[in-house]
Ligand binder design. Structure first.
Ligand code: PMP
Length: 419
């Protein structure tokens, strides 16, 4: 028997550790939209490290800001102390976000941003003296993270989480209201669970990790309208869609919707540091906040508002202000559409979807993923299909030639035209 690779002995990690998976490739450096491997290969990155590195890797403006912060104060506890990087970042986010989404809480990952949003909703009802509103309405096909609360609002059939079902808080699920009948069904479900619901959670415009399913702004507007009609705070999870991915800075803008609570992470720091924000509207904030410790929302992660991460996020916002990132996102979308749409109707292709700087090709049947990944690597691109989906979510700064190489690799592999 061959000895287990050392990564299997000491370093535990999902996805690449299963016996059936190819061993992970060792990355040694990144630059722009390239990842260099230990064996000397250089790959064009098609997914920007799970949609985080919107400005490409190693952007000098972010590197400089982080280096300065590292010298001044890499971290300090946020209990009883505050600091300018967090104060400034919160104010800048509040200015960029729609409506009166003005009250920012910093944590450290998308899942925790969702946990905090759920706790805000819970605290809101507790402070109103209402008991029994312990459930959240979530949408089938959604994905909100890997912690227990976040898992409980993911699609209940979602493969990674299904087995934990008995451990998770029970929630209420509905289809996204794309049609009149679905809107009526959502309305009916909200009515039926009138006294048990605390909030509604949705991924605006794109259900990302759940399958890159896109819906029009009208669907989001319907969700917002019905949530409001039933007196429920709307939580928008923009962990995936935030910071330009859908062609606007935030996806909610396209529907003219101001959610009551908004979750951000991933591209918040331009993909360099781990930081998340849960942002509340003033009315919601006043509902869960209190001078009485017994009535104030308590959540205090050790590394909340880490100054290095806040400095990186500020530098990332500078880049959004100075450079035409949203135009770039839309241009990527046009190129993705031109390159991927022709695959519609090709043998084995069930659907092609493009929105903003996101392109996805869905197969009719789940392909041999290992073989597919190997063939994409042969093209010199880093693209990781999941399930029956191949998707591209490159850095918004990607050069046209690199984008064409990604599209060509996906088109070639998908259509089986490359032998
Ligand atoms: N919400 C959404 C919409 C996401 O796409 C993700 C991550 N894929 C999460 C939450 C969880 O974020 P994290 O992995 O940083 O915990």
């Amino acid at each position: 028997t061959t000895p287990a690779p050392s990564s299997r002995n000491h370093l535990w990690r999902p996805y690449t550790q299963m016996k059936t998976a190819a061993p992970p490739l060792e990355a040694v450096a990144t630059q722009g939209t390239r990842i260099r491997l230990a064996d000397g290969r250089e790959l064009v990155d098609g997914i920007a490290s799970w949609w985080t590195a919107v400005h490409g890797y190693n952007h000098p403006h972010i590197a400089t800001a982080v280096a300065a912060q590292l010298a001044a104060m890499p971290h300090v506890m946020f209990g009883g102390l505050t600091h300018a990087p967090a104060e400034r970042l919160a104010a800048r986010l509040a200015a960029l976000l729609p409506g009166d989404l003005d009250h920012v809480f910093f944590s450290d990952s998308g899942s925790v941003a969702v946990e905090v949003a759920l706790k805000m909703a819970a605290q809101l009802w507790l402070n109103r003296g209402v008991a029994g509103r312990t459930r959240v309405l979530a949408f089938r096909g959604g994905y909100h993270g890997d912690t227990m609360g976040a898992m409980s609002v993911c699609d209940p059939e979602e493969g990674m989480h299904r087995r934990f079902g008995a451990w998770l808080p029970a929630q209420v699920f509905c289809d996204l209201p794309g049609t009149r009948a679905e809107a009526d069904a959502l309305d009916e479900t909200l009515r039926a669970h009138r006294d048990g619901l605390a909030a509604v959670i949705v991924e605006p415009l794109v259900q990302g990790a759940g399958g890159m399913r896109m819906h029009p702004p009208e669907t989001l507007a319907t969700v917002a309208r019905l949530s409001r009609a039933h007196g429920l705070p709307l939580i928008a999870d923009e962990v995936f869609t935030g910071f330009g991915r859908t062609g606007t800075l935030f996806a909610c803008e396209q529907a003219g919707v101001t959610p009551d609570i908004l979750c951000l992470s991933k591209a918040l720091t331009g993909g360099t540091m781990t930081l998340a924000a849960t942002v509340a509207r003033t009315e919601v904030f006043e509902g869960f906040w209190s001078d009485d410790p017994a009535a104030a929302l308590m959540h205090g992660p050790t590394f909340m508002a880490n100054p290095l991460a806040c400095a990186a996020a500020e530098a990332s916002l500078d880049l959004f202000a100075r450079e035409p990132r949203l135009d770039q996102a839309r241009a990527i979308g046009r190129r993705l559409a031109a390159g991927l749409e022709p695959l519609r109707g090709a043998l084995g292709v069930a659907d092609v979807r493009v929105l903003g700087a996101i392109g996805a090709v869905q197969f009719a049947r789940a392909p041999d993923l290992a073989a597919l990944k190997a063939r994409l690597l042969d093209h010199g691109v880093w693209v990781r299909p999941f399930g029956d989906i191949v998707y591209l979510t490159p850095a918004l700064t990607i050069e046209a030639a690199d984008l064409d190489r990604l599209i060509g690799a996906v088109a070639g592999v998908v259509a089986g035209q490359d032998g």
